[in-house]
Each structure stands twice: as structure tokens, then as C-alpha cells.
Write a protein that binds this ligand. Sequence first.
Ligand code: URA
Length: 240
Amino acid sequence: MEKQRLDKIIASTGKWSRREAKELAHRGQVVVNGITVRSVEEKFDPNLEEIFVNGEALCYRRYTWIMLNKPAGYLSATEDGRGETVLDLLPRELQRQGLFPVGRLDKDTEGLLLLTNEGSLAHALLSPKRHVDKLYYARTTGRLTEEDCRAFAVGMTLGDGLQCLPAKLEILTAGEESEAHITLREGKFHQVKRMLAARGKPVLYLERIQIGNLTLDPGLPRGAFRFLTEEEIEKLRTLV
Ligand code: URA
């Protein structure tokens, strides 16, 4: 791998900004291959060299993968003149890493959103050919019925001609309002909302809780993010 400036390598972890990296180095808290390095302009190969910051081994990753618990009110985009995007929920250092959302959630949808700068894996996960399952929790108006489940299971054609693959609707509670888990194998625009609206049960609230074998971390508050672990990234790779 190409050598990179030390401040860039340190900032790629998302834990410190480049300015903080510089201060840490000035304070003698950056050690490369056992030698204290005080200038962050020096270049190293992060895959070959042992870098310690504050006594902690730096875990360098070529690509960044982030799990975000998306709150309502943010657009799944990198830039949008119409409002705040999910990137606004990340610290500035991470905003500069070329991250983009892996697929979209509507502005009012909450829950699991992945962000990365690893284009090849992201695009493979999104490919319509892969059919990676996505699990949603929905609250709807009206009573969901077994008939609705059957309509989802055989695959629906919506009024506007949109063909939906067979999907799973699992009723959790049914009443004047209902709650359900929905599993889709594709990700067409507003798909959950359109399918439920077509059954006369419009969505009141929607949250994504799982993508393939990756579940939203229950310890992650709404609006917060964390890095995926190596194991989680490997789990994603098994899907494609
Ligand atoms: N389906 C929808 O209708 N909206 C989303 O945000 C995701 C899936």
C-alpha cells in the first residue's frame, strides 16, 4: 500500500481529527515502530508499520464501515440542498472520508443504515440480483390480516404496475392500528409503504432493524453511530 501522512492515517480511525493528531504527536504520544514521531507530515505504510497513539495500537482500515441508527428527519444522501443528510450526524473527520449511505431510508424512516467508502461491497449488497433480505418494523393504520400476509407472500403488483417479489409479513399486533415485521428481498422506492398502502393499511411508523445477517445494535441510541467490527464486515462479505 502507498505511504500516507501520519495525520491522515490517525484521522482515518475517526477517533481523532488531523489537528488532534498533530497535537498528540507534538506531545510525544505517537509512536511508530517503537520510535516517537513528532511530525505528522512523515509518511508511513499503515499496513506495514506498528503505530501507537496514546499507548493504543492503531487499527488501520483501508475502508470505513459505519452502522448508524438513523433518526427521522435526515436524508439518506451525501449532499442535499433540501435538508440535513445522514452525514451531518457524523464528526467532521468522518465526513471527509467519502462515505455514502448503502441504500436509502426515507426521511421519516428510522433505524439501521450502513455508511461506507468501500464501493465494491456496497454496490454488491445493493445489487437487485443479490436479494439481500431487509427486515423492517412497521406500525400501520387498520387491522392487518392473514390475507395481507398471503398477498405479501405471493408477490404483489401495485396499482402503478410496480411488481414486488414475494415478501414476508409477520403480524405482531392487530387492532385499529397494527404492528408487523416485514422482510423484503429488494429495495424499491418507498416499497414497504407502497405495499402496505396497497393493502389499505398505510404506514404510521417505519424502522429498519436488519440487513442480511447484520442487526441494528440495540445499544446504539437513535442518532448515534459506531464502526462495524471486522467480524461484521466479514459477515457482510458472505452475503455477496
Ligand atoms: N420502504 C419504505 O417505504 N421506506 C423506507 O425507508 C424503506 C423501505
